[in-house]
Design a protein around this ligand. Structure first.
Ligand code: ADP
Ligand code: MG
Length: 564
């Protein structure tokens, strides 16, 4: 513990005080107003020194502090120096109910000596001590393992100027820029110029230059960044780069989820942005699950958020035309889609989370025909280019495409599972992680998977986080690294009012409490969806992907997320 040489020994000044620093400073605007200021490991306490009986103490928790800086005043004749600490405590909203983080600056003038340098050194000492103590006092959630961002954290901030209502850049300069300066976070701003710009940029970036990649946009830009990282040859290291999210889009599901995980009261719009900015400045890093997604064209993607088919995917994409209204576009899209509610036919199977994955050789024996044996597998309707180039070992794959579900194809599928791992690309380099839970899309799902009996759906939604949008609390118990895909489906037969009620209840996270017989919720580790309806939309993280059979498995804790 450091002692303040300029002030009397604090432990002797005040009974029971076990402070780190104690000092007396003046108000920045009025030299006649003096404060006693004490810094402990967890709080900065300020008390006005006055002859009046009112000696109210104001206590600021260092867990709410993002930074502190010392500086000389603008007047060269001024011998004093200054230090300012920046807090974002929860405070009652003005003209509204509830609390939200709000900025409070505490600034003091140091004029202990006639020598300006001595005063500046003292102000710096305080700023340093407050900064150091604040770093250790970040709000942590019990049971979550965090690491800390390197300091100073060299941050690349990618802004999509077209996300949301096209105001991401203004939101950044209006709310975040100053915060980063207060927290001494050095950053480089990159404004994306076109779709996939961010993806290309991180795919080729020298990542040793960056301690964090932060997205100021909706979820779509993070999807680009994650896939860009996973396309690199050094994906294993690249995906360990801490990722941050600042909500600037219309779909800010991850930002809303991170805020929710921090156990803060609900926040929207600029308040949500401020909360995420605060977490970025505090610099705690947790783990983030990723989901590996396979499409029929053998394309592979990585998702951090959702896979949607039917109602949710249609609303997401159809509501693009209302983008100018912001997040409310989803509500408008929901109402429009409800008016023309449709049923989507397809097959769904999943690996329940409670199933312990079998080792590959056992699993191979255990495979069984996908879905109902009477029906032809959708594999048979897949184009032949689906099939990996036939090696002598894999030549039976062709059978898998052309033939139906006989014992032969089951046996073949076991070969495929073994032969397909690890994932290889054209040049045979191991360039992506192994999906040990997934057979080839042409193969039957393993025996320990559950095949859903229904074929008529209104929606299928696989989601990895608590929120699907800022005001849709879809999975009450979800965590960023729970190792789970939360699978929801709604079967045909649900009435329009019942479906609307579910979405309205989702604002409070109470939709599951309705006991709606058409809504099913399962925790899973892998899933496969095979649409039968000729037309429809599938989205991954809100981005449209090719329509057709799709399967996915979770990779727990594959990435790292700035949270708190
Ligand atoms: P929103 O939540 O508003 O949809 P997103 O971050 O999801 O915001 O971005 C929407 C889409 O814009 C994504 O498909 C993303 O890849 C794409 N995109 C990113 N940068 C640009 C850009 N500069 N111009 C056009 N599209 C972009
Ligand atoms: Mg989007």
């Amino acid at each position: 513990m450091e002692k303040d040489a300029s002030a009397p020994d604090p432990s002797r000044q005040c009974n029971g005080f076990s402070g780190v620093l104690y000092g007396e400073f003046t108000d920045t605007l009025n030299d006649g107003v003096r404060y006693s200021v004490s810094l402990t490991e967890s709080a900065l306490t300020i008390q006005r020194i006055s002859s009046s009986p009112d000696r109210t103490k104001v206590v600021f928790n260092l867990s709410d502090c993002i930074g502190c800086r010392a500086y000389k005043g603008p007047d060269s004749a001024d011998i004093g120096a200054y230090f300012a600490a920046y807090f974002y405590p929860f405070k009652r909203r003005w003209m509204s109910t509830g609390v939200a983080r709000q900025r409070v600056e505490q600034c003091f003038r140091v004029a202990l000596a006639q020598d300006p340098l001595v005063n500046l050194r003292e102000a710096e000492r305080w700023a340093h001590a407050i900064r150091d103590a604040s770093v250790l006092q970040a709000p942590r959630r019990d049971g979550v393992m965090y690491t800390e961002l390197r300091r100073p954290c060299r941050t690349m901030i990618l802004v999509n100027p077209h996300s949301g209502r096209g105001q991401a850049l203004q939101l950044f300069t209006g709310h975040i820029q100053a915060m980063l300066t207060e927290a001494s976070v050095p950053y480089t701003l990159v404004i994306t110029e076109h779709q996939n710009h961010a993806r290309e940029l991180v795919r080729n970036a020298d990542l040793t230059q960056w301690d964090a990649l932060v997205i100021m946009s909706g979820d779509g830009l993070l999807f680009e960044v994650i896939n860009g990282l996973m396309e690199r040859e050094d994906w294993q290291q690249a995906i360990q780069t801490p990722l941050g999210m600042l909500p600037g889009g219309s779909g800010n599901a991850l930002a809303a989820s991170i805020h929710h995980y921090s156990q803060s009261p609900p926040a929207w719009n600029e308040e949500l942005l401020l909360s995420c900015g605060f977490m970025l400045c505090k610099g705690l890093v947790g783990s983030l699950d990723l989901v590996s997604v396979h499409l029929a064209s053998s394309q592979r993607l990585f998702s951090f958020l959702s896979l949607a088919w039917g109602f949710v995917a249609d609303v997401d994409i159809e509501s693009e035309k209302y983008r100018h209204v912001g997040a409310i576009r989803f509500l408008m899209g929901t109402l429009v889609r409800l008016a023309s509610l449709r049923v989507y036919q397809g097959r769904l199977a999943y690996l329940p989370a409670k199933e312990i994955p079998k080792p590959p050789n056992e699993r191979a024996k255990a495979t069984r025909p996908p879905f109902t044996p009477q029906q032809p597998s959708l594999c048979s309707s897949l184009p032949c280019h689906l099939v990996p180039k036939a090696s002598p070992k894999q030549s039976s794959l062709k059978n898998c495409v052309d033939t139906n579900l006989n014992q032969n194809s089951i046996t073949n599928s076991s070969n495929v599972i073994t032969n397909m791992r690890p994932e290889t690309h054209g040049n045979n380099k191991t360039t992506s992680p192994t999906d040990s839970l997934l057979p080839s899309l042409c193969q039957p799902v393993p025996e320990n998977w559950t095949v859903v009996n229904e074929e008529d759906f209104v929606l299928v939604l696989a989601i990895c986080h608590s929120h699907l949008a800022e005001d849709l609390w879809t999975v009450p118990g979800a965590m960023a690294d729970d190792g789970l895909i939360h699978l929801f489906y709604v079967t045909a037969g649900i009435s329009r009012p019942a479906l609307l009620r579910l979405f309205l209840a989702m604002e409070r996270g109470s939709h599951l409490a309705y006991g709606c017989p058409h809504l099913v919720y399962e925790k899973v580790r892998a899933l496969r969806l095979e649409p039968i309806s000729q037309q429809g939309m599938i989205t991954v993280d809100g981005e449209v992907v090719e329509y057709g059979p799709i399967q996915a498995q979770v990779h727990p804790r594959m990435a790292r997320l700035i949270c708190g």
